[in-house]
Design a protein around this ligand. Structure first.
Ligand SMILES: Nc1ncnc2c1ncn2[C@@H]1O[C@H](COP(=O)(O)OP(=O)(O)OP(=O)(O)O)[C@@H](O)[C@H]1O
Ligand SMILES: O=C(O)C1=C[C@@H](O)[C@@H](O)[C@H](O)C1
Ligand SMILES: [Mg+2]
Length: 197
């Protein structure tokens, strides 16, 4: 495996879990949102949306994914919306894709805890941050769920919690999630090798 792409909604833990996986495997870690900020020369995604537009951000995101796709031994935390463009899949299909599937109420809770200012698609000046984030995440997820489901492997926090005998995903540590992601990757690669042989 040359590159592992971590997919998932905003706040799903792509950066947190991706860094742990990179450390375990001895791979380099890249955050595609950060690479877009560097390449555009604007320090935040929110400002890129404001100064330019979402379409401009998406074009740059595709360029970043294209450039990364020729590299080796990387873990890439993708932007939450990277799955919506088919061209991005043509780059990501060169590696392995894994979807961090986190219940929307847990996402809204994490996002409300840090505020929505850094997330232009969720930001609202007024109202309850949890309720607003939850409503927007629900609408976005409906548009995107079929795209996330194209990932080679899915890491469901609900399933990990069930396996551990809890019914609350909020007790799961990033390390437990990273371990599950590594196991899912391994089974995907084993099945792929069996189909080949
Ligand atoms: N397993 C976890 N349990 C509790 N909080 C978590 C967990 N994983 C990540 N978080 C917290 O949730 C927030 C989002 O995590 P992170 O930044 O890794 O997600 P992301 O998918 O990279 O989000 P973004 O859309 O901003 O790129 C952070 O505040 C992080 O500390
Ligand atoms: O889900 C999304 O569309 C986004 C997620 C973030 O990672 C950023 O890429 C940006 O805020 C858009
Ligand atoms: Mg991130």
């Amino acid at each position: 495996m040359h590159i592992l792409y971590i997919l998932g909604m905003m706040g799903s833990g792509k950066t947190t879990v991706g860094k742990i996986i990179a450390e375990v495997l001895g791979y380099s870690f890249f955050d595609s949102d950060k690479l877009v900020e560097q390449s555009v020369g604007i320090p935040s995604v929110a400002e890129i949306f404001q100064v330019h537009s979402e379409a401009f951000f998406r074009d740059n995101e595709s360029e970043v994914l294209r450039d990364l796709s020729s590299m080796h031994r990387l873990i890439v935390a993708t932007g939450g919306g990277a799955v919506i463009r088919p061209i991005n899949w043509s780059y990501m299909r060169k590696g392995l894709t894994i979807w961090l599937d986190v219940p929307l109420d847990a996402l809204a809770r994490r996002i409300a805890a840090v505020g929505t200012a850094s997330r232009p698609l969720l930001h609202q000046e007024s109202g309850d941050p949890y309720a607003k984030a939850y409503a927007k995440l629900t609408a976005l997820f409906e548009q995107r769920m079929d795209s996330y489901a194209n990932a080679d492997a899915r890491v469901s926090l609900e399933n990990i919690a069930l396996k551990q005998g809890h019914n609350d995903v909020n007790v799961l540590t990033p390390s437990a999630i990273a371990i599950e992601a590594l196991l899912k990757m391994e089974s995907f690669l084993t099945e792929k090798a069996m189909v080949r042989n």
